[in-house]
Ligand binder design. Structure first.
Ligand SMILES: Cc1cc2nc3c(=O)[nH]c(=O)nc-3n(C[C@H](O)[C@H](O)[C@H](O)COP(=O)(O)O)c2cc1C
Length: 359
């Protein structure tokens, strides 16, 4: 029963990890994954990948479940996540220059609601270190079926004024482009001042215009056209979602990732840490995320790729994302609360759901 091993081991590891401050537990886990990936010790979390290939944005996703951005900001553990059976892994957000992020503490657990609040603020080691780590990863050398896909998620430095944000995205796009299966333009973190203003009509138009032009240059230089996805917030009304949808298609973007964390707190009112500043993730963001996905699907029609993320804690939650309109899904907080067994469970459920609906 090899599939039970990771879940039972995580059952043992979780109380130990939850005994530490959340960010410390996170660092311990990433250190352990970085040290054990590509060694026999990886059997502690490795699981056979569910093979359920799906074509999307010109890519073949080996299955419908991915790792969401922000868990492996510096791209140190790509091979460990590949071993867990993800069909795709998104690392970053990376900014052009290294930066420390916000003062600690800046990450909080709300275990009563399977939720986290974070205000990390794009703490990362910068583009150069990030690309070096990506180049060290070996997952593409593994034989067999379709290789896992790698998404590289880019953002702006906190010190760059918002009027110059485009410059940062172009530098980051230039750096990650040759190494990515897809690139995500992240304009929806709540923890970098004014970042979300890039989602508004004119700012988004200017940013995506510049990014699309740059992609043409890079496609010619590298001889490959890398799909561009844009990651948006759940805290948008229907009109804003419609404007974003129109802007994405106007600039030839290849997909949308919905959603990032929420600023809303109604679902966690009264709980310890509920009033901490930052983005709320996990179960409480699920409904808003599904609403935005459904609005995007209506606005974009049936063919435009949507990656659904936000509050997947179970196979049923993953199915609900597909029902709302997502083609594939990503998980972050669910991995913290449920462990790596959730990956195969969700991927198998989505495989069955697709078979039953004939898609
Ligand atoms: C601690 C933490 C850090 C995150 N950092 C990033 C990030 O750097 N870039 C990004 O695009 N999303 C980031 N996210 C958002 C997640 O990728 C995801 O969109 C969100 O948490 C909702 O999914 P979930 O409920 O499965 O966690 C972060 C989330 C958490 C909890």
């Amino acid at each position: 029963m090899p599939l039970l091993l990771p879940s039972s081991l995580y059952g043992l590891a979780r109380p130990f990890l939850f005994g530490f401050d959340p960010e410390h537990a996170h660092e311990l886990t990433l250190d352990a994954l970085a040290r054990t990936q590509n060694t026999p010790l990886a059997c502690a979390y490795a699981a056979p990948r569910v093979e359920d290939p799906v074509r999307l944005a010109g890519l073949t996703f080996p299955n419908r479940v991915g790792l969401a951005a922000g868990l492996d900001k510096n791209a140190r553990c790509i091979d460990a996540f590949a071993a867990m059976g993800f069909g795709f892994v998104e690392v970053g957000t990376v900014t052009p220059k290294a930066q420390p992020g916000n003062p600690k503490p800046r990450m909080f657990r709300l275990p009563q609601r399977d939720a986290l609040i974070n205000r990390l603020g794009f703490n990362n080691e910068g583009l150069e270190a990030f690309v070096a780590n990506v180049q060290r990863a070996r997952f593409r050398q593994r034989g067999g079926a379709a290789p896992m896909l790698l998404g590289l998620n880019i953002g702006k430095n906190a010190a760059t004024p918002i009027e110059r944000a485009v410059d940062d995205y172009l530098v980051a796009l230039d750096g990650v482009y040759p190494h990515a299966d897809y690139v995500t333009v992240n304009i929806s973190s709540p923890n970098t001042a004014n970042l979300r203003s890039l989602q508004s009509d004119e700012a988004l138009d200017a940013l995506l215009g510049a990014v699309a032009d740059k992609r043409e240059t890079l496609a010619a230089r590298h001889g490959k056209r890398v799909p561009l996805f844009v990651k948006i917030a759940p805290d948008l009304d229907e009109r804003q979602v419609a404007v974003i949808a129109a802007t994405l298609t106007r600039h030839g973007m290849d997909g949308v990732i919905a959603t990032n964390t929420t600023l809303a707190r109604d679902a966690v009112e009264g709980l310890p840490h509920a009033q901490e500043a930052g983005g709320l993730s996990g179960a409480p963001v699920r409904e808003a995320s599904n609403r935005v996905i459904a609005q995007l699907r209506t606005a974009l029609g049936p063919a435009f790729p949507i990656i659904g993320v936000g509050g997947i804690l179970s196979a049923a939650d993953a199915e609900a994302k597909r029902t709302a309109g997502a083609d594939v899904v990503q998980i972050y907080t669910g991995l913290i609360y449920r462990g790596p067994a959730l990956v195969a469970r969700a991927a198998r459920a989505l495989q069955q759901q697709a078979r039953q609906s004939g898609t």
